[in-house]
Design a protein around this ligand. Structure first.
Ligand SMILES: [Zn+2]
Length: 401
C-alpha cells in the first residue's frame, strides 16, 4: 500500500507528475503518460512498475476513442479504485451533503440529509456522522484517511477552528479535533465559498484558469479567491466575505451585526422578502418558477440583486483582476438574468481600454461545488493534487485575539 508521504517526498517528483497526469486525464497508457508528465519513457516504466507493485496503479483494458481500433490494445494505467478516497462534507443552512470521491476526484457515492432550522453544532455533526458512514458504506471503500469540511461561516484556517461570530453562533470554537471526534476521521475545515472556488478551480468551470473569483450567490453571499492557482484564505480565513460589504450605512440590520450589508439586499432571503408583499414565494424553487413564467416583479428583484452583487464584484475585479468570475449557489439557477446583470456592471466599472473585463460564467458542478472543494482539500492534504493547487497552511502563526 502506498503511503502519501512517499508520494510527496523528493524522490516522489516523477511519481507526483505521473499521479497528477492520471488525475487530470483519467487512465493513460505509458506513452501518453510520458508525454503528459514530460518524463523520459524509461522513467515512466520504472516509476509505473513501482506504483503497480504497491497497488497504487492498476492496468486496465480501457481503449480510448482516439486510439486506433486495430492492433494490440494498449494497456492504460488507472488508480487502484479502493486505494484512496476522501469525503467532502458541505454544511448548508438547512442541509448537509457528504460525497465520497476517489483519488482522481471522481464521486463514488453522494448523499444529503435535512438539518433542522437553526441547528446547533452537536446536532449538525451527529446527522453528518450518520450520513458520512452511510456514503462510505455505499462507496464500498475502506474508511478514507481524511475529510474536507465546508462550513457556511468564517473559519480560522490556520488554527482550524470556527471563528466566533454572529453568523454561526452555535459553532464558535469548534475546531478540527471536535469535528474529527464527531465524524470519526481527520478533518480539514474551510469556509464554504472558499471551497466552492477550490471545487470549481480543480474540477469545474475554473479548470485551467489561474485567477478566478467564485461568487456563491445563495442564502448568504460569499466569494472565493483563486490567485496564481492558489486559494487565498487571508487572516482568520476572512478573504472573500463580500456578503458583508456595506452597501447602505442606513440599510437593514444584517445577521452579522452591521447595517446595510450586501446580504441584506441581495441574498436569497432578501430577494424573497422584497417580493413577498406582492407574490406568494417561500423558496428559491418558487422564485425561479415565477421567473420562468415571465413574472416581471420576480425578474426585476433578481436582476436588482445581481446588479448589487455585480457592483461589489467589480470592485473586487479592479483589485484582483481575475480572468473569470464564476457564479454558483441557488441564484446561479436563474442563469442569464444573473450573469448578464453582473457582466453589465463589470463592463461599466472597468477602466476604459486599460482593463480586460473578466468573463462571467456559471459554475459547472451544480450544487456540489463546495463538496467537491472539500474533496480537493482532502486529496490535496493526502498529496494527490499538484502542490501549487494545494492551499498553503502555515504551521506556526500566533493565535489571534
Ligand atoms: Zn453583514
Amino acid at each position: 500500500m502506498a503511503t502519501f508521504q512517499s508520494v510527496a517526498g523528493d524522490v516522489g517528483t516523477a511519481r507526483h507528475r505521473i499521479l497528477s497526469a492520471i488525475r487530470a486525464h483519467g487512465p493513460l497508457t505509458r506513452a501518453q503518460l510520458a508525454r503528459a508528465a514530460s518524463l523520459a519513457p524509461s522513467t515512466v516504466t520504472e516509476v509505473v512498475q513501482a506504483l503497480a507493485a504497491e497497488r497504487t496503479l492498476v492496468e486496465t483494458e480501457i481503449v480510448r476513442s482516439e486510439q486506433r481500433r486495430t492492433g494490440p490494445k494498449s494497456r492504460a494505467l488507472a488508480f487502484e479504485p479502493s486505494l484512496s478516497a476522501t469525503v467532502g462534507v458541505d454544511f448548508g443552512f438547512r442541509t448537509v451533503r457528504a460525497l465520497v470521491a476517489d483519488a482522481s476526484g471522481t464521486p463514488l457515492a453522494d448523499g444529503r440529509a435535512e438539518l433542522p432550522a437553526d441547528y446547533g453544532a452537536d446536532e449538525g455533526l451527529r446527522i453528518a456522522r450518520q450520513l458520512v458512514d452511510e456514503v462510505i458504506d455505499r462507496a464500498g471503500v475502506p474508511r478514507p484517511p481524511n475529510a474536507g469540511v465546508a462550513v457556511p461561516g468564517p473559519i480560522d484556517t490556520q488554527h482550524q477552528e470556527v471563528v466566533a461570530s454572529s453568523i454561526l453562533p452555535g459553532w464558535a470554537g469548534y475546531d478540527s479535533a471536535a469535528f474529527e471526534s464527531a465524524l470519526g476521521l481527520p478533518v480539514i475545515l474551510e469556509n464554504d465559498a472558499n471551497l466552492a472556488a477550490l471545487g470549481e478551480h480543480t474540477y469545474g468551470a475554473g479548470r485551467g484558469v489561474a485567477n478566478t473569483l467564485t461568487i456563491k450567490f445563495h442564502s448568504g453571499i460569499g466569494a472565493g479567491v483563486i490567485l496564481h492557482d492558489r486559494l487565498v484564505s487571508g487572516i482568520r480565513g476572512g478573504a472573500g466575505e463580500i456578503g458583508h460589504v456595506e452597501v447602505d450605512p442606513q440599510g437593514p440590520l444584517c445577521r452579522c451585526g452591521k447595517r446595510g450589508c450586501l446580504d441584506t439586499f441581495a441574498s436569497v432571503p432578501a430577494i424573497l422578502a422584497t417580493l413577498r408583499p406582492h407574490r406568494e414565494v417561500d423558496s428559491v424553487g418558487e422564485l425561479l418558477a415565477l421567473l420562468e413564467a415571465g413574472d416581471a416583479g420576480a425578474e426585476r428583484c433578481i436582476r436588482d440583486a445581481a446588479l448589487a452583487v455585480g457592483r461589489v464584484a467589480s470592485t473586487a475585479a479592479l483589485l484582483l483582476a481575475p480572468e473569470r468570475i464564476i457564479i454558483v449557489g441557488a441564484m446561479a439557477r436563474a442563469g442569464d438574468v444573473v450573469t448578464d446583470a453582473i457582466r453589465e456592471v463589470l463592463e461599466r466599472q472597468a477602466i476604459p481600454q486599460a482593463h480586460t473585463v473578466p468573463e462571467v460564467v456559471l459554475g459547472s458542478l451544480d450544487d456540489r461545488h463546495s463538496a467537491m472543494g472539500a474533496v480537493a482539500i482532502g486529496l490535496g492534504a493526502q498529496g494527490w493534487l499538484p502542490e501549487e493547487s494545494t492551499p498553503r497552511r502555515p504551521e506556526s502563526t500566533p493565535r489571534a485575539g
